[in-house]
Design a protein around this ligand. Structure first.
Ligand SMILES: Nc1ncnc2c1ncn2[C@@H]1O[C@H](COP(=O)(O)OP(=O)(O)O)[C@@H](O)[C@H]1O
Ligand SMILES: [Mg+2]
Length: 308
């Protein structure tokens, strides 16, 4: 497989097995450049393992993956990648400024650029007052903020964030949201791992739901796309031929004795569907529609894991 220039991330059948446990099953993803992509799933779903494979930190059992057009782990592109790991350990004898400087330097930033950019990014994450303090005394939330600063200091083309709001207060969460939007506006691609629906829902352009190492559903969340509508028609005398004709407007068609269930992209097509059914000889008793919210999908997928 060779990568396409349009995508910041591409994977094909990426798989990771630990011993006898399959952590990630055949992950195939294409993330367009400039998008905020959310990877949503309960604890243990395989999100962190996936990010580590994308970064070349965990070797896949099989499959291909490319980031910014290069094979994952390619040293030449590392400088263009920002990463906030889920469980990070920083050199805690460094001050906030020194730590961010170190990461900037590792990414090839010049001293002149560091002098300008480091205070700016520390301010961005709200730590200016603490810039000369050693990281050792930092709270979990402050560490998370400094983690974000080191991931962004070199203005990377793509940023991987693994549970970026963990340990943050509500103000911190809002800050992360604003930062991610600013990153996208700058043209960067963001890959965000989270087990929190709310976090994904408000920030992401697209989401993939993952459970037991497998992507179950992907959804485009960009504002203009109409929400998918599920329709239930209470009808009799619907022939198989009539059902087949419905595929013009609907998908996911399911029929039982008294009900016809299907999905449509927009309710605009409903009058046409009703006219068609009536003209085909069906007796229609009721037509109801329900919006399938992201939350319903989330609850269905997470099952009992929603509290995690
Ligand atoms: N280094 C490892 N060795 C063995 N099992 C692992 C390792 N890393 C992760 N796992 C297992 O793989 C599964 C997915 O883990 P992970 O990717 O961390 O999930 P998530 O980030 O979605 O919570 C879990 O069952 C976890 O216990
Ligand atoms: Mg994780």
């Amino acid at each position: 497989m060779s990568p396409s220039a349009d995508y910041a991330i591409e994977t094909h059948n990426l798989r990771k097995v630990f011993g006898s446990h399959v952590a990630v099953r055949n992950l195939s993803l294409s993330v367009p450049r400039g998008e905020i992509f959310g990877f949503l799933g309960p604890n243990g779903a395989g999100k962190s393992t996936s990010i580590k494979m994308l970064l070349g930190l965990v070797r896949p059992t099989s499959g291909d993956s490319f980031v910014l057009g290069a094979a994952s782990g390619d040293v030449a592109i590392r400088r263009r990648i920002g990463f906030l790991p889920e469980d990070f350990r920083f050199y805690d004898w460094l001050t906030a400024t020194e730590l961010v400087q170190l990461h900037g330097r590792l990414c090839g930033m010049t001293n002149a650029k560091l002098r300008e950019r480091v205070p700016e990014v520390i301010d961005l994450v709200g730590l200016s007052q603490h810039q000369d303090r050693r990281v050792k005394g930092f709270s979990k939330g402050m560490l998370q903020r400094i983690g974000l600063a080191q991931a962004l200091v070199h203005e990377p083309d793509i940023v991987f964030l693994d549970e970026p709001t963990s340990g943050l207060d509500p103000m911190g969460r809002l800050m992360v949201r604003d930062i991610l939007r600013a990153e996208r506006d700058r043209g960067a691609t963001v890959f965000l791992n989270s087990h929190l629906l709310s976090e994904i829902e408000v920030t992401c352009d697209r989401v993939a739901f993952i459970k037991n190492g497998e992507v179950v559903v992907t959804r485009d969340l960009s504002a203009t796309l109409a929400e998918e509508v599920r329709v239930v028609v209470d009808a009799r005398h619907v022939s198989q031929q009539t059902v087949a004709g419905l595929t013009r407007w609907a998908e996911g068609i399911d029929v039982d004795q008294e009900h016809l269930r299907f999905r449509v992209r927009s309710t605009d097509v409903l009058p046409d569907i009703v006219r068609y059914l009536a003209a085909s000889g069906a007796d229609i008793f009721a037509v109801t529609q329900e919006h399938v919210s992201l939350e319903q999908i989330f609850v269905t997928i997470m099952g009992e894991d929603t509290s995690l």
